[in-house]
Design a protein around this ligand. Sequence first.
Ligand SMILES: *[C@@H]1O[C@H](CO)[C@@H](O)[C@H](O)[C@H]1NC(C)=O
Ligand SMILES: *[C@@H]1O[C@H](CO)[C@@H](O)[C@H](O)[C@H]1NC(C)=O
Length: 706
Amino acid sequence: MYKTCRALTVFDEKAGKMFLSVLCIFVLSLAGCQAQWNVGIGIADTTGPASEIGMMGFAKAGQNTAGIHTRLFSRAYIFDDGVKRGVFVSVDMGMMGQLLKLELVEKLQEEFGDVYNHENVVVSGTHTHSGPAGYLQFVIFDVTCLGFYEQGYQVLLDGILESIRRAHGNMKPARVFYVQDELHEANINRSPTSYLVNPEAERALYDYDTDHLFTQLNIVDATTDEPLGLINWFAVHPVSMNNSNHMISGDNKGAASQFMEREINGKDTLIGQGSFVAAFAATNLGDTSPNLNGPKCRDTGLPCDTEHSTCDGRNWECIAMGPGEDMFESTYMIADRQYQKARELLANRDFELTGAVNFVHQWIDMSKQEVSLENGETATTCPAAMGYAFAAGCTDGPGAFNFMQGTNESNAFWDIVSGILKDPSPEQEACHAPKPILLDTGEITFPYRWHPDIVDTQMMQLGDLIIGAMPGEFTTMAGRRMRNTIYNAAVDNGASSDTKVVLAGLCNVYTHYITTFEEYQRQRYEAASTIFGPHTLRAYQQQYGALTASLVTNEAVPQLEPPPNLHEDQISLIPGVEDQYPTNGLTFGDCTLQPESEASAGDTVKVRFVSGSLRSDLKVGGTYLRVEREQDGQWITVHTDADWETRLYWESDDPINGGNSVEIWWQIPSDVQTGVYRITFESAFKDPEDAIVKPFAGQSNEFNVA
Ligand SMILES: *[C@@H]1O[C@H](CO)[C@@H](O)[C@H](O)[C@H]1NC(C)=O
Ligand SMILES: *[C@@H]1O[C@H](CO)[C@@H](O)[C@H](O)[C@H]1NC(C)=O
């Protein structure tokens, strides 16, 4: 029935026979596959280990978690047209990983049968650079964090699963509206010299070297029109928090989500607990930066050399910052600009998405795709490899992997794996040219694979909107080419000329960057990190063009060889928890820094507690700290460690107790309710005597907020 209607709709557009589509809608409603959609929305905590674990993003050895700035969440949306359902999940994480996707689908199928599968579940990472690392199954991603970390991996897997489970239990009639606008002063291009090598005629089609498009879905209750949730896509790297940060943070995207959710759910609803869920998701953010003041030399304050992003030849001195005074203020400002745009668009009801929910997915081997070039010749993609400029990092976080450049800074994990690095074969060098190969990751499989070769390609259709789920970071121009490819393939195959296209970035599996062929010739950081060679983008354009045709004509694509599950092979050199008893007669949970007795809006209250490692109890779905207000003899929680207003700094060597401590900050907001407050801290320690994990709690003195 459904297929027939789809076919008729296509036929209708081609032949222009209106009555067929009217008839089709009539038959559809009789058949019960009505235009009405059901949508389910769920949110769950994915924060993970908040002490001692490497962070994902800057690949900076020694940048380990030490506290919480904002908690991380998975936000899941299920769209059901009565026949098919598609799932879109945005997670505050560096990038989605292939092992997670494989095992997520396994778990979904154990619980829900074939309702959810590789085809209809899209998981996208927001690309925050301030979450725990150690959850990706390929060697290269786990070098700087000393290998795979099972505890953090499980939190992610369970959290993503839980968000989908909640969405599944939450399905209700809903309407979905698409709106697109522009947002300025929230992103810049960080490789403008690369952008400029794209053909002039192509650049002339666009006003900017950065995508300022802000695309949003407003999801509202079908009967009351109340907002249930939103998803938006705006191209900006969540690297407002820089590589000197050690606190877990959702960065500008995570903060925007909580500002938006708090506005709709109300101040009395704790972050992560409300029913309105707002995902600020990743798109083609490859060459974008939120650090609006641009790259400057740290020593002189002058702009860096634009071609190489260096200061007198030194890449680590060239850093982009702004627009705020420090990284916290910058994060706030970039978050606030995205949040203000989202709330401005929230009331928009101009373009409703109706009709079919559909999806398509295929695994392809990106190490050997045949690519037809514009001049009629064919070329191929290459087994993965990283170029030299990758090691130099970028101006949002220079010097990544600096221990590889002949210095003797190293780590134990690197010592194990680096011994087997091989010289690339002549064919491999030719394939990647002009990229000089630093790491020939596609040709080594010891101790296990270094990079994926089987890559998920996937798309989801929500009525007139097509979401292309991309396995990495597309640059501005690469993203524009891909959107055009998808749009043209859709329209050529009978879709409406009103078709909208958005790219969801960092989905399913991580393959670093995707630049245009021209940008690739320039070999800046993004091009050095385009791992499948100069024709990577064109190979993806071919593939997503073909998938689009299958999607809009509703034809199944053959499923090819699945990627490997390497969970059993993972190596971890991350030490376990070893807590010490505090000295000086102190005990866990003692408050060693008390608040001032009086405080008011604008002040920052600071308290300190004796702590152990934060890994003994991750407080998933809970909180280590509470800011509490007394009301009728009861203590009510007003803030948790998820909130923007609080910071939990974990310190490994406290001068007073000789062990660990946490310092808790509460920045009192301007709309604070006056009264008596206190701050509590709850955690657990591993008793050095019997190795048993024991909970403890502490609280500060009471103080007045006037
Ligand atoms: C990070 O930002 C802080 C300001 O919050 C600044 O002092 C520091 O130099 C920056 N570090 C890097 C590596 O960008
Ligand atoms: C290697 O590192 C050690 C310890 O930091 C230092 O003392 C030594 O001079 C370094 N050697 C070289 C060759 O850089």
